[in-house]
Ligand binder design. Sequence first.
Ligand SMILES: Nc1ncnc2c1ncn2[C@@H]1O[C@H](COP(=O)(O)OP(=O)(O)O)[C@@H](O)[C@H]1O
Ligand code: SF4
Ligand SMILES: [Mg+2]
Length: 312
Amino acid sequence: MAKNVLEINNLEIEYKTAKINGNKTVKAVNGVSLYIEGGEIYSIAGESGCGKSTLAKAIMRLIKIKSGEILYLGENIKDFDKNKIKNYRKNVQMIFQNPYSSLNPKMTIRQILSEPLEINTDLSKQEIESKVENIIKKVGLDIKQLELYPHEFSGGQRQRIAIARALILEPKLIIADEPVSALDASIQAQILNMLNDLKNEFNLTLIFISHDLSVIKFLSDRVAIMYMGEIVEEGLKEEIFENPVHPYTKLLLNAIPKFGKKSEDIPEGDIPMNLPKGCKFSSRCTHSAKSCELSCPEFTNITSTHKVRCVL
Ligand SMILES: Nc1ncnc2c1ncn2[C@@H]1O[C@H](COP(=O)(O)OP(=O)(O)O)[C@@H](O)[C@H]1O
Ligand code: SF4
Ligand SMILES: [Mg+2]
């Protein structure tokens, strides 16, 4: 059996926020477990505030976790020494939502794409040049554009450059956090098509985060639906889209935004403070019964690949 690239067990992450009436705790990620197999696109969907970016940041080692573990190729990333952290940073790359702020404005595209190779590999100047020229073509740009600066490109082109930078070290895992949400509909479609092509060509392993299920439907192998820091349903793309079980998944599917909705239109979810004892969705669920408010439903298998956290 192929070894999982990533495995997360019972992850909990909290933020402490100072409020007028005392400190509050936001339980941003609340007992998340998942695995990512090599070569798959695992998508995470859910309303704004459900914990998607927090989960991504934890995988990138950018924030402290409260409990649980994140295993990369079977090893706990918390225990990594300097060398292993360097290797991890090379092999786990991130693509952010905003291509405007994620590229250094003072560097040419050639410098932006060469830098990771200069820092992380022993490749010669010529070898770096050839890799950079190869990758810029793969993302649909021209070699001549390597001498330009980020401000000389459109939003979609900048996201192509960000994708090229994420790919240049041939990482084992890429995390893309709302990578097309800031782009116009037609550009979104181009970038998604390109990611699909690159997935097949490079056998990419991708965690794809989006609030937009129409985008997720296009690209995923497996899908996780998050609500208030928990995964409430997970399954193969077909299971989630053709046989959704959790009332929250059904609600999201019914409210699929038109392809191309922009990030400022993301619906706000509830803030995960003072969480109910039982099902976190009970206050919004039309099927809620007394028992739902009393104890938290287990995350239960319906098929070997489809899991749901609901008593229905
Ligand atoms: N730095 C922070 N300090 C306090 N609360 C935060 C911080 N970052 C995120 N949160 C809160 O944690 C929850 C999850 O946020 P986030 O992971 O950004 O969600 P998503 O990416 O799904 O929109 C939200 O309620 C958000 O308000
Ligand atoms: S456990 Fe109860 S409240 Fe929660 S989603 Fe299922 S039916 Fe609704
Ligand atoms: Mg986010």
